[in-house]
Design a protein around this ligand. Sequence first.
Ligand SMILES: *[C@@H]1O[C@H](CO)[C@@H](O)[C@H](O)[C@H]1NC(C)=O
Ligand SMILES: *[C@@H]1O[C@H](CO)[C@@H](O)[C@H](O)[C@H]1NC(C)=O
Ligand SMILES: *[C@@H]1O[C@H](CO)[C@@H](O)[C@H](O)[C@H]1NC(C)=O
Ligand SMILES: *[C@@H]1O[C@H](CO)[C@@H](O)[C@H](O)[C@H]1NC(C)=O
Ligand SMILES: *[C@@H]1O[C@H](CO)[C@@H](O)[C@H](O)[C@H]1NC(C)=O
Length: 378
Amino acid sequence: MVVVSFRIRKCHFVQLLATCLVLSTVMVCWEELDNKVVSHVKSYSFRYLINSFTYINKSLTIPHKQARSFSNFHYLLDHPEKCANQDVLLLLFVKSSPKNIERRNAIRSTWGNESYIQNTLGVTVRVLFALGAPTTKENEPSWSRKSGFGFQEQLVEEDRLHRDLIQKDFVDSFYNLTLKLILQFHWVHSRCAHARFFMTADDDIFVHMPNLLKYLQNESARGVTDFWVGRVHRGAPPVRSKYSKYYVSFETYPWLSYPDYTAGAAYVVSRDVAAKIYQATLALNASIHIDDVFMGICASAMGLSPQEHPYFAGEGKAPYHPCIYDQMITSHSHVDDIYDLWRAATDPQPLTTRTTVQQKWREMSELFKSKVLSQISA
Ligand SMILES: *[C@@H]1O[C@H](CO)[C@@H](O)[C@H](O)[C@H]1NC(C)=O
Ligand SMILES: *[C@@H]1O[C@H](CO)[C@@H](O)[C@H](O)[C@H]1NC(C)=O
Ligand SMILES: *[C@@H]1O[C@H](CO)[C@@H](O)[C@H](O)[C@H]1NC(C)=O
Ligand SMILES: *[C@@H]1O[C@H](CO)[C@@H](O)[C@H](O)[C@H]1NC(C)=O
Ligand SMILES: *[C@@H]1O[C@H](CO)[C@@H](O)[C@H](O)[C@H]1NC(C)=O
């Protein structure tokens, strides 16, 4: 008798202990759980079950005069003639920040080399860099501090050499990315509205230009409109944790889910879409600082929705594999290796006749591995 009740109590005790453990874990991690699980469940139900797209309402619309406060910054650097009298297939804006001169130079001498693309692929492409103004010390590279030569003067010098910086006088910072987005669509509207496609990309991206241009030429020949492709985020919930850099308050965005949008790393729109986004920026409150989300809000206000393309990368790298590699369009998080990727992309031998496919792939993987290892040991 005594033994049985002892067993029961022991068993209850274990149950009680387990329950307490689970409850305390849930309590400690509640915010995390709420952000990761609950908010996604809520947002998906909201997005797909309740009222799909009708939630963004007039509360984001503001008078034109107030909307202008997001766009009426002065140009510090500009090239109004860049597209003039040219049949431009693609205008590509790279979102860069003043200190990233090395990334800009790498892009200029690889996938962003306009004259190479013109000569070898026979396509007119314009590649420009969108910048805000440098102000803070940490934004300043060491060579600038040492030389005592102002940072803005360095940019002016860089621009004199390459004539490809478009800069306005708002502070270049993560929280001002939406201002940079607006800069791009306004520039396109006033200087390059006839380009058949417009693309925006981060400055640590690799673009496989031959694949991208082949794809766009085909789409252009079919006369596509309402074209907006990239890696699509569907029914993403706003981050409500104040510690995240993606935090968005209920006041700024009261709904449970963002409209579908393409990852800001790289996406392409046709010129009619670019014109509609421009129109939307004239009437919407742009105080949400996440630029790709704001693009999604503009698009949804204009009745546009994005298309997924499997060969556009989101946050990640495209895996190094020859089969993927021969079709990839963009891949994210590349800085040092873009020269190698570009060499491989412009290899004149087609994949099927390459005797060195395996070797190339092995080289790529080795390179990747050594990069990762050096990063780990650094
Ligand atoms: C817009 O939606 C919000 C949140 O659902 C609601 O509180 C507000 O009253 C709506 N405003 C208009 C003008 O419909
Ligand atoms: C761009 O390509 C051309 C060849 O078409 C080459 O002469 C030029 O040096 C390249 N530009 C850069 C910045 O590498
Ligand atoms: C964004 O730019 C404006 C205009 O230069 C500036 O007043 C503001 O401080 C900037 N915001 C951030 C978060 O850097
Ligand atoms: C061109 O686009 C059409 C329709 O999307 C597709 O079926 C075809 O395979 C594409 N051709 C090329 C060469 O990409
Ligand atoms: C835009 O939104 C912000 C944040 O929600 C708000 O503080 C601001 O008053 C709004 N602007 C206008 C003109 O309504």
